[in-house]
Design a protein around this ligand. Sequence first.
Ligand code: UGA
Length: 447
Amino acid sequence: MASPKITVIGLGYLGATHAAAMAELGFEVLGLDVVPEKIRKLEQGVAPMFEPGLEELLRKHVAGVEGSSGRLRFTDSWQEIGEFGDVHFVCVNTPQKHGEYACDMSYVDSAMDSLAPHLTRPALVVGKSTVPVGSAERLAARIAAAAPAGEDAELAWNPEFLREGFAVRDTLHPDRIVVGVRGPRAEELLRQVYATPVAEGSPFLVADYPTAELVKTSANSFLATKISFINAMAEVCEAAGGDVVKLAEAIGHDDRIGRKFLRAGIGFGGGCLPKDIRAFMARAGELGASEALSFLREVDSINMRRRAQMVEMTREAVGGALLGKRIAVLGATFKPDSDDVRDSPALNVAGQLHLQGAQVTVYDPKGMANARAIFPTLGYADTAVDAVRGADVVLHLTEWNEFKELDPAALAEVAATPHILDGRNTLDPALWRKANWTFRALGRPTA
Ligand code: UGA
C-alpha cells in the first residue's frame, strides 16, 4: 500500500511535535492551525514553544527551509487538508472549562466539524487530544453524518503520552502506542503509520474507543496520585521530623513501587495532570461512577496544599509578615526544559506572595516571556544572581539544572539574608549550609 499522507490539525505542544515526528518517519505531512502567527513561525522552521530538539527537527523537514526534506508543509485551508490527507491527526487542546471541573471540548468539536465536510474520499480521522470517555463514539457518528464519504470517513482514538521537555523523544520512541478502533481498516492504517517505532520495540496495543480514551486519563491520574502520595508523606514527615527524600528513595527501591514520580515538593502543575484529574472526576460523575474517583479529590487537595505550605514556610522565613519583604523566586515554568507556565506551581506561589505584599523577583531560564504575559505585576530579573540580589529569602521552585550549578558562596554575598527554601528537593542541603545558608525544604528536617 502506498504511504499514507498525513495531516495534523492543531499545532501546539502536541501537534507541532507530532507533525515534525511524522515527517521524520518519512511521511508527507500537512499541518493546520487556526492561529496565523503560529503557521508563519512554523513555515520558517521556528517552534511555537521551547521544546528541546523540536526546532532542529522542524528545520530538517519544513519545506522552504534550506536543505530540508520538504516533507512538512502548513496551511490554513480545511479544503486543502481534506484533499491532501489519508490520515488526519486531531491534536487540539482540551483545557479545563472556566469555573468547572469538566474539560472544554469546543476545540475538538469545532476541528471535527470543520474537517468533516471536506472528507470526500475514504479517510481516517485520529483523535489524539485527551478527552472525556465517550467522546470518540459521539464524534464518530458526527463525522460520518457530515462527511460526503459517509461511513468511509472513520474515526480512531490514539492517545498521546508525551512529556514536555522530552516530547520529540517520546513521540519518536513511545513506550507504548494505544489505538482505539472499530474495525481492521483503521488498525491497519495506524500500524502502517507507526511501523518504525513498532519495529524499534514500541508495543502496539489495540482497544475499543472507551478503553483507549480511559488509558490516557487513568495514566495521568495514576501519575498525579503517585506525586500526591509522596507529598502526603512529606506532610507527615514535617509533623514527625522525618525526611521525605530519604523515605522516597527507600520505598522506591521496591520495584513494585518504583523510584519515578516520587519527588516531593510544591506538587504537579502544567496543562495536563491538574485539569485531567478534574475532568476525569467530572466525567465519572456524569456516568454515575463518582465514588470510584473520589480519591482524586484528595489527590488534588494535597497538591494545592503544598503550594500553600510553601507560602507559609516563606512567611516564617521572613519573620511572620510578608509585606515589603524581598523574595527571589528561581523558576517560573511548571517543570524544567519547558517554557510552559500553565498552572505552574512556581508562578502560583510567586503570585500568592506578591498578592500578600511581598516584593517578588522571578528568574526562569526559558519561561520569562510567558510568565510576564500572565503575571505582568511581578518583578523579573535577567539572571538568577540578579534575582537573588538583596533578597530576604530565596525560593527554588522549578528544578532547572542551571539552579543546581549555582555557587551558594557567591550568592550569599549578594543576598540580604542567606536563607533558601527548596520547593523541589533537588538542591544539596549540605552544599548550601556549608556556604552559611539557612536551608529548608518541604518534607525535610530543618538541619
Ligand atoms: C504529563 C504526563 O507525564 C505525560 O505522560 C502526558 O502525556 C502529559 O502529561 C499529557 O497529558 O499531555 P507533563 O505535563 O509534560 O506530562 O509533565 P510531567 O513530567 O508529568 O510533570 C507534571 C508535573 O508533576 C510537573 O509540575 C512536575 O514538576 C511534577 N512532578 C513530577 C512532581 O512534582 N514530582 C515528581 O516526582 C514528578
